[in-house]
Design a protein around this ligand. Structure first.
Ligand SMILES: [Zn+2]
Length: 171
């Protein structure tokens, strides 16, 4: 039946266009976040579909002291430590967060992981002190590099949120 087919297509389009969880209209990438124009729509798409990414971005946007730069790059720099990283520079009250991510399928998870590190700094988490506290969820990797369980959890949450949407769109 042509009518049924048309109705089916409309339902599918609706599923593709809408996230499973309705997100606030405020979800998005603030204009003052520095990101290459070619990657802005990609990041925007992820932030408007993941409650975790949306909450993180809103938290960062609400803090005037934070300058967020996101660099998406193919391949790792020679000698790079990790799949992704965030370098923080404090200038007076200003906090510059330079997030570097790979252009890969891991982008959603790694973006949420790194943005959680930015939120940790907004909250004033003392990584040096906490890394010495047993079961604090903060670990020193080496030198001035740290890892936190909450960043890992945020990454997993965003990945699952976006996987659920992709799965639903395929049905
Ligand atoms: Zn990390």
């Amino acid at each position: 039946m042509p009518l049924c087919a048309a109705a089916g297509a409309a339902v599918l389009l609706l599923k593709l266009a809408l996230p499973l969880v309705p997100l606030p209209a405020e979800c998005g990438v603030p204009a003052d976040v520095e990101v290459a124009p070619v990657y802005r729509p990609v990041i925007e798409r992820l932030v408007t579909r993941s409650p975790t990414l949306c909450a993180q971005m809103r938290r960062i946007a609400a803090d005037d002291r934070v300058v967020l730069r996101i660099v998406v790059a193919h391949g790792l720099r020679p000698g790079a430590c990790c799949r992704a990283s965030t370098r923080f520079v404090r200038r007076g009250v200003r906090l510059e967060a330079n997030v570097r991510l790979p252009a890969s399928a891991e982008l959603p998870e790694l973006l949420a992981h790194e943005l959680e590190h930015v939120v940790e700094q907004i909250e004033g988490l003392d990584l040096v002190r906490l890394s010495r506290v047993r079961d604090s969820g903060v670990y020193r990797i080496e030198g001035n590099r740290f890892e936190t369980l909450r960043a890992q959890a945020a990454g997993r949450a965003a990945r699952q949120e976006l996987e659920t949407i992709a799965f639903d769109a395929r049905r």
